[in-house]
Design a protein around this ligand. Structure first.
Ligand SMILES: Cc1cc2nc3c(=O)[nH]c(=O)nc-3n(C[C@H](O)[C@H](O)[C@H](O)COP(=O)(O)OP(=O)(O)OC[C@H]3O[C@@H](n4cnc5c(N)ncnc54)[C@H](O)[C@@H]3O)c2cc1C
Ligand SMILES: *[C@@H]1O[C@H](CO)[C@@H](O)[C@H](O)[C@H]1NC(C)=O
Ligand SMILES: *[C@@H]1O[C@H](CO)[C@@H](O)[C@H](O)[C@H]1NC(C)=O
Length: 480
C-alpha cells in the first residue's frame, strides 16, 4: 500500500490524537465546526468538478481528499525540459469539459493521435519476441463495433440500462468478438482499453463498450483535447488555488453521522428530513492538523465506493450489500529514465500464445515516448485486487529489459515516478448486471442524504464524468 506524505502526516496525527485525547488539555482538535451546503468526498476528476461547479452556482462546499493534492488519476511529472503526463492524458470533447477549463482560463489544443502503424510496435513483453498485427479488415470490424454502440445509445449517459439488460452487453468480450467478427479490431480496442484485470476477453462486454465508446472513437477519428501547457495537473492546481481552505487535503473521513439515522429514516423522511436546517450530516474528518468537524446538508461521494473505502460512512445493509459486490483491478503509471528505445515509437505488450494476442497480465500494457528524449511512460497492471507496488516496479523493469531481445539497446532503467491507480475499473459479473445491479446502485442516488459520482457510476473518462457529475448536480443534488 502506498501513502502520500499528507496521508502519512494524517495517520501520524490521528495516532497522536488518540494518544493525547486521554490527557486533558492536550490534543489538536479543531473546535470550530464548519458548516457547508455540500461536503464532497474525493478530489479526483468528479469531486473537483462538483466542488468548483457548486461554488459557481452559489453553494458553499468542503472537499475532502486523502492525498496532498487534487486530481485523482491525473499526474504530471514536471521535468525541467517539458511536463510529462503519466496518468490522465487527453479528453473527449463536450461542453462541460470546455466550460471547466475555460473557468480557469486554461486554453485547450487539439491532440490528433497518429494512428500510423509505422509508429507502433508489438512485442511479447515476457520475451521480447515480435508479435504480428492481427490480420483482417480493421475498418470493417470497427464499423461493426460502432454498430453495436449505436444500438445502445444510453451507454453514453451512464448505466441506465433497459430491463432486461440486452444480451450482447452481458456476453463476455471474447464471445462478442466471435458473434460480430470483431477480431481484426481487437488490437485497436485493447490499445485504448488499458487497466483491466487479467483477461480482458472475460469481461462482460458492457465494460468494453463503455470504455471505448463513441466519444473516444470520434476522438480517435477527429482529435481529442488537451491543455496547451501539456500538463493536466494544471487544472487541479488551479482548482486547489480557488478552493483554498475549502479543500481539505491529506484528509479522510473518520465518521459520518447521516442525517436520517437508521431506524427513523424511511417513514420520517417526508416529514423530517426535508425540513432544511433540521437535517444535516455531521462529518468528522481526520486532517493533518487534527480532527475537523463539518456540518453539511448533503454529501457527495466521489471515491471508489468499495466497503474498505467507506469505513465510518454509517452504511445500512442495503448500501453495504451493493458496494460489497464490486471487484477491481490494479493499475500503475510510471515515468522511466531509459535509453535505447526509439523516439516516437509506442510499444505494446502482446502475447504470442493467447487468443487475439492479448497481453499476458499482470504486465506492462505499453511504453510510450514523451516530449523528453530518454524519458518514457510505462503503464503496468492487470492484477485482480491489489498488486503490490514492488511487483509493479519490478515488472516494468523486467519488461523493458526483455526488449533487449527485440534488438533495442535498452539501458538499465530507472523509474523516476510511480503512482498507483488502484483500485481501478470497479466492475461486477454479468449475472449481477442481469440481476439489476446497476438499477440498485443508481437507486442509491440521494438515499439517506448521499449522492454519488465517479468512474464506478459511469466510465473511466474524465470529460464524460464531468458531464455525468453535472447531471447528478442538476437532477439530484440541487433539486432534492
Ligand atoms: C493511467 C490512467 C490514464 C488515464 N487516462 C485518461 C485519459 O487520457 N483521459 C480520460 O478522460 N481519462 C483517463 N483516465 C480515466 C480516469 O480514471 C478518469 O477520467 C477519472 O480520473 C476518474 O475520476 P473519479 O472522479 O471517478 O476518481 P478519481 O480521479 O480516482 O478520484 C478519486 C479521488 O478520491 C480520493 N480518495 C479515495 N479514497 C478516499 C477516501 N477514503 N477519502 C478521501 N479521499 C479518497 C483519491 O485520492 C482520488 O483523488 C485514465 C486513468 C488512468 C488510471
Ligand atoms: C475536439 O476539439 C478539438 C479542438 O479542441 C478539435 O480539433 C477536434 O476535432 C474535436 N474532436 C471532435 C471529435 O469533435
Ligand atoms: C536520466 O539519466 C541520466 C543518466 O543517468 C541523467 O543524466 C539524467 O539526469 C536522468 N534524467 C532524469 C529526468 O532523471
Amino acid at each position: 500500500m502506498r501513502f502520500s506524505t499528507g496521508t502519512r502526516v494524517a495517520a501520524l496525527a490521528s495516532v497522536w490524537l488518540s494518544f493525547t485525547s486521554a490527557l486533558p488539555g492536550l490534543g489538536h482538535d479543531n473546535d470550530d465546526v464548519i458548516t457547508r451546503d455540500v461536503a464532497i468526498i474525493g478530489g479526483g476528476a468528479s469531486g473537483t468538478y462538483a466542488a468548483i461547479r457548486l461554488r459557481e452556482l452559489g453553494r458553499s462546499v468542503a472537499l475532502i481528499e486523502q492525498r496532498d493534492e487534487l486530481g485523482g488519476h491525473t499526474h504530471t511529472y514536471y521535468d525541467a525540459a517539458a511536463p510529462i503526463d503519466y496518468g490522465v492524458w487527453i479528453y473527449t470533447n463536450n461542453t462541460d469539459m470546455e466550460r471547466f477549463f475555460a473557468h480557469f482560463n486554461i486554453p485547450l489544443v487539439a491532440e490528433i493521435l497518429n494512428g500510423d502503424p509505422a509508429y507502433t510496435r508489438r512485442y511479447d513483453f515476457r520475451t521480447g519476441e515480435a508479435v504480428a498485427a492481427l490480420g483482417g479488415n480493421i475498418i470493417d470490424a470497427l464499423t461493426r463495433y460502432v454498430g453495436i454502440l449505436l444500438q445502445h445509445p444510453y451507454l453514453a449517459g451512464g448505466f441506465d440500462l433497459p430491463d432486461p439488460v440486452p444480451e450482447d452487453l452481458l456476453l463476455s468480450f471474447g464471445d462478442l468478438i466471435e458473434k460480430y467478427d470483431l477480431g481484426a479490431a481487437v488490437d485497436m480496442i485493447t490499445q485504448f482499453d488499458q487497466g483491466f484485470a487479467e483477461n480482458i476477453l472475460d469481461y462482460p462486454s458492457i465494460y468494453i463498450l463503455k470504455y471505448l465508446d463513441l466519444a473516444v472513437i470520434q476522438g480517435i477519428q477527429f482529435g481529442f483535447s488537451r491543455p496547451a501547457s501539456r500538463a493536466n495537473q494544471d487544472l487541479y492546481k488551479a482548482a486547489e488555488a480557488e478552493l483554498g481552505e475549502d479543500a481539505l487535503l491529506g484528509s479522510t473521513v473518520a465518521r459520518i453521522q447521516r442525517q436520517d439515522d437508521k431506524g427513523t429514516s424511511a417513514h420520517h423522511k417526508d416529514t423530517n428530513a426535508h425540513h432544511k436546517g433540521t437535517s444535516a450530516h455531521h462529518i468528522v474528518v481526520d486532517t493533518p492538523s487534527g480532527k475537523q468537524r463539518i456540518i453539511a446538508n448533503k454529501v457527495i461521494v466521489a471515491i471508489p465506493p468499495l466497503l474498505e473505502n467507506l469505513d465510518g460512512f454509517d452504511l445500512d445493509d442495503r448500501e453495504s450489500d451493493i458496494f460489497s459486490r464490486f471487484q477491481y483491478s490494479s493499475y500503475y503509471g510510471s515515468v522511466v529514465n531509459v535509453t535505447g528505445l526509439p523516439r516516437q515509437l509506442q510499444i505494446f505488450n502482446k502475447a504470442t500464445d493467447t487468443p487475439y494476442h492479448v497481453a499476458d497480465l499482470p504486465g506492462t500494457f505499453t511504453f510510450n515516448p514523451t516530449a523528453v528524449e530518454g524519458i518514457h511512460t510505462g503503464f503496468f497492471g492487470g492484477g485482480a485486487g491489489s498488486l503490490p507496488e514492488d511487483q509493479a516496479r519490478q515488472g516494468i523493469i523486467d519488461n523493458l529489459l526483455a526488449l533487449r531481445n527485440a534488438g533495442y539497446p535498452v539501458s538499465e532503467p530507472e523509474i523516476i515516478a510511480l503512482r498507483s491507480h488502484t483500485p481501478f475499473g470497479l466492475h461486477v459479473s454479468a449475472e449481477e448486471i442481469a440481476g439489476g445491479f446497476y438499477r440498485d446502485l443508481y437507486g442509491l442516488q440521494g438515499y439517506r442524504g448521499m449522492y454519488y459520482t465517479g468512474a464506478a457510476f459511469h466510465a473511466h473518462n474524465s470529460a464524460e464524468l464531468w458531464e455525468f457529475t453535472e447531471r447528478v448536480l442538476q437532477e439530484h443534488v440541487l433539486v432534492d
